[in-house]
Design a protein around this ligand. Structure first.
Ligand code: SDX
Length: 431
């Protein structure tokens, strides 16, 4: 645990309390309030944890003002340009960039775990064909703890390692199976000869009737999309995984909880909601109408893919994603895609509008990703499952970091109670 560099003093009802100040390697200092309730008999109040550091972590750092995202210290822009998702998985899990031999060994271990237990095929058949793939994934990933009994003991480092590799390896297979099941096509088995991203594309788009050739442009774009969504500090779904893991729940159950949380439109579900919004706008002449709706508090409408709890500048992932959208649609000869034109014009107009400027609302990672995934042939219902595939390494890395902490304890927030004081039961005859 980080040592205090100085103390802050809180004065309450004439008494003073010292709060240790902990300094991070990068970012704002934190006030250590762990002893505050015991000494001063008061809680702190921070709904949504907007000003609360819930843990120590060395995995990812975000500077919301600078629009900076670092994974183990490496800027996302450099990783997106020079690395691969499987290499980023190694970096997030183990803390350092791998040597060539380490990367080859890690890639081999992940590749050999991409198949799922054959019995799981029957599990899919219990779902309706029109089930949202996220619903299927929550169920199937949670059920992994019913199949992989040799990697459930969280106190065994080796079992934690095996569970981590299995999750990273099998999520693309499970997501592809959920997609195939929803479109009534047969499951496609993983093939070890493909790259991580190429394997996912093949499992989604290959059919028995003809060979599928992985388009290298789409393969690179898919790999980059996976890298851009891999981890993001203590976002809602990662915090869900940590909280579930803090009770000692098995890793598969924790990841299933993360998938469930990611599904929400305020979080990972925004990529689907954003493309649906762009399609609903349809043409650039309708943009002012939607900008006005987004500014109208009573409309209940928000620009999906815009705004962020931490970034009060550009989301660096959105910048890379926008470049990738231009590149992929250009190479596919659909650079005049109407949805991309609407997205670019919407971004341009919003970034000149006082409402968005004053509230520091910029495009986030979900604003352009759907345009690329749509161009690849994915239905909008597959956008968040692809986010879940990518974020699995972030969830697992954060879970492993928490479980390995010496003084790890169950998460248990308190509350500001505003309900009824104690009162006696009234028999129904007297109500
Ligand atoms: C992800 O945490 C992460 O890191 C998440 C993520 C990750 O990688 O894990 O980055 C992935 O979830 C990205 C965000 C995807 N969600 C969306 O695109 C949905 C649309 N965005 C919003 O719902 C919102 O911006 C949030 C949820 C992302 C952030 O909400 P906050 O920080 O809690 O901000 P807020 O809701 O308090 O809004 C602040 C103000 C409000 O106006 P006031 O009440 O101050 O007058 O900004 C307004 C909001 O009404 N606002 C928007 C808006 N987002 C915020 N107004 C219009 N459109 C929007 N998109």
């Amino acid at each position: 645990m980080t040592d205090a560099t100085r103390t802050a003093t809180l004065t309450l009802d004439g008494k003073e309390y010292s709060l240790p100040v902990l300094s991070p390697s990068v970012g704002p200092d934190v006030l250590d309030i762990r002893k505050l309730y015991g000494e001063a008999d008061v809680f702190t109040f921070d709904p949504g944890f907007t000003s609360t550091a819930a843990c120590e972590s060395a995995i990812t750092f975000i500077d919301g003002d600078k629009g900076e995202l670092l994974h183990r210290g490496y800027p996302i822009e450099q990783l997106a340009a020079q690395s691969t998702h499987i290499e980023l998985c190694y970096l997030l899990l183990y803390g350092e960039l791998p040597t060539a031999a380490q990367l080859a060994d890690f890639t081999g271990r992940v590749t050999k775990h991409t198949m799922v237990h054959e019995q799981m095929h029957n599990f899919f058949r219990g779902f309706r064909r029109d089930a949202h793939p996220m619903a299927t994934m929550v169920g199937v990933v949670g059920a992994m703890s019913a199949f992989y009994h040799d990697s459930l003991d969280i106190n065994d480092p080796w079992q934690r390692e095996v569970a981590s590799i299995r999750m990273i390896a099998k999520l693309p297979t499970i997501a592809a199976m959920a997609f195939k099941y929803s479109v009534g096509q047969p499951f496609v088995y993983p093939k070890n000869a493909f790259s991580y991203a190429g394997n996912f594309l093949n499992m989604c788009f290959a059919v028995p009737a003809e060979d599928y050739v992985v388009n290298p442009v789409l393969e690179k774009a898919m790999d980059r999309i996976m890298m851009l969504h891999a981890d993001h500090e203590q976002n809602a779904s990662t915090s869900t995984v940590r909280l579930a893991g803090s009770s000692g729940a098995n890793p598969f159950a924790c990841i299933a909880a993360g998938i469930a949380c990611l599904w929400g439109p305020a979080h990972g579900g925004a990529n689907q909601a954003c493309l649906e919004m762009l399609r609903e706008i349809g043409t650039v002449d309708r943009i002012p109408e939607y900008i006005a709706k987004a500014k109208d508090k009573n409309s209940g409408f928000r620009l999906m893919g815009f705004g962020h709890r931490v970034y009060k500048n550009f989301d660096p992932r959105a910048t890379v994603m926008k470049e990738s959208a231009d590149e992929v649609l250009g190479l596919l000869g659909i650079e005049n895609n109407p949805t991309l034109q609407v997205a670019k014009e919407l971004e341009r107009i919003a970034l000149q509008d006082e409402y968005f400027v004053s509230k520091k609302l910029y495009p986030n990672v979900d604003f352009y990703s759907g345009i690329i995934l749509d161009a690849m042939g994915f239905p909008t219902s597959m956008f968040t499952p692809i986010f879940a595939i990518s974020r699995t390494v972030g969830w697992i890395s954060q879970w492993k970091e928490m479980i390995a902490e010496k003084n790890q304890k169950i998460g248990r927030p308190r509350q500001l109670y505003v309900g009824s004081p104690k009162r006696d039961y009234v028999n129904i005859r007297h109500r």
